[in-house]
Write a protein of this length. Structure first.
Length: 301
């Protein structure tokens, strides 16, 4: 088996058929499809079984509800493909995607392809990452801005990377915790402008409903990565994390946990807003910057 496609299923009876249809219709046929019913209380368990009767490449796993990470982990446990990918059940994949990407898989431990972000929403856009090969994971993380698109859904992984890695149960933004662990084991990442993953707008989704507690988990994931001095010293990555810290402080009232750094406002690639934040950070410190950011947010309401 060349590819395992893991699809966690929970309360998606309106979108599940569209998702699974996009996978069974792939022009690349050497794949297995693992539907993980995460204790869904609607008609999803029956829909999964109906799909399994229609296509013998489909495996259904029924389990008690444990969340997205737990469902993905359950899929990893039964996957037999040389490579593995994850598709959320309210999303779908362009029909020729896997056929276009599988020739690249032999060259890489991870292949990343374009994602149609918030498809169906006013702010929808296609995120492309170019045709690049990275043999140093720090270059992929920093120069490839992988820290800004840690999503598991638009990547194909060598399954052996998951031999001792699992998604963290009980955490949201689980991809930001997991991708750095996989990259520690990877030797080559390829990004491609072929294929397309449709990440659909879902107002009830985890990202759309993220509160201060959820964003704290995202911040903690990046603070873990920053323990590597080679990554912590990049000013653009620091400013990315600083934005998360500002949101956490505003939403929770907690003091910042991100260590302060001096960041040049003239750093290449910083937007005008980030340049202003860097200037305030240097002059007044991170705690005062958080206070100012909260005040500005309150004034805009």
């Amino acid at each position: 088996m060349k590819l395992s496609v893991v699809i966690p299923v929970y309360r998606v009876e309106d979108t599940l058929d569209r998702c699974v249809e996009s996978i069974v219709s792939q022009s690349f046929r050497e794949l297995e499809i693992i539907l993980v019913d995460d204790g869904s209380p609607d008609s999803c368990p029956q829909l999964c079984e109906e799909w399994a009767r229609r296509d013998d490449r489909i495996i259904v796993v029924h389990k008690q509800n444990g969340g997205l990470s737990d469902a993905r982990n359950a899929g990893i446990e039964v996957a037999k493909g040389e490579r593995i990918t994850f598709v959320d059940s309210d999303d779908f994949v362009d029909v020729n995607t896997f056929e276009q990407l599988m020739p690249l898989v032999a060259q890489a431990d991870v292949v990343e392809y374009p994602i149609y972000w918030h498809y169906g929403a006013a702010e929808q856009r296609v995120c492309q990452f170019g045709n690049h090969t990275y043999t140093h994971m720090a270059d992929y993380w920093l120069k490839g801005y992988a820290y800004g698109h840690t999503y598991a859904c638009n990547k194909i992984f060598r399954r052996s990377l998951f031999s001792d890695v699992r998604f963290p149960k009980g955490k949201v933004f689980e991809d930001a915790w997991t991708l750095p662990l996989l990259l520690k084991k990877a030797q080559r990442v390829v990004t491609s402008d072929q294929g397309l993953y449709y990440y659909c707008q879902n107002s009830q989704g985890i990202t759309a409903q993220a509160d201060g507690h959820a964003l704290q988990m995202l911040l903690d994931a990046h603070l873990q990565v920053m323990q590597d001095p080679a990554l912590a010293s990049d000013p653009r990555y620091y400013m990315h994390i600083l934005n998360i810290q500002l949101d956490v402080c505003t939403l929770t009232g907690q003091k910042p946990t991100l260590p302060a750094q001096t960041i040049s406002p003239f750093t290449h690639g910083l937007s005008p807003k980030l340049r202003a934040k860097a200037l305030i950070l240097n002059l007044l410190g991170i705690e005062r910057l958080c206070q100012i950011n909260k005040l500005i947010r309150q004034m805009r309401r």
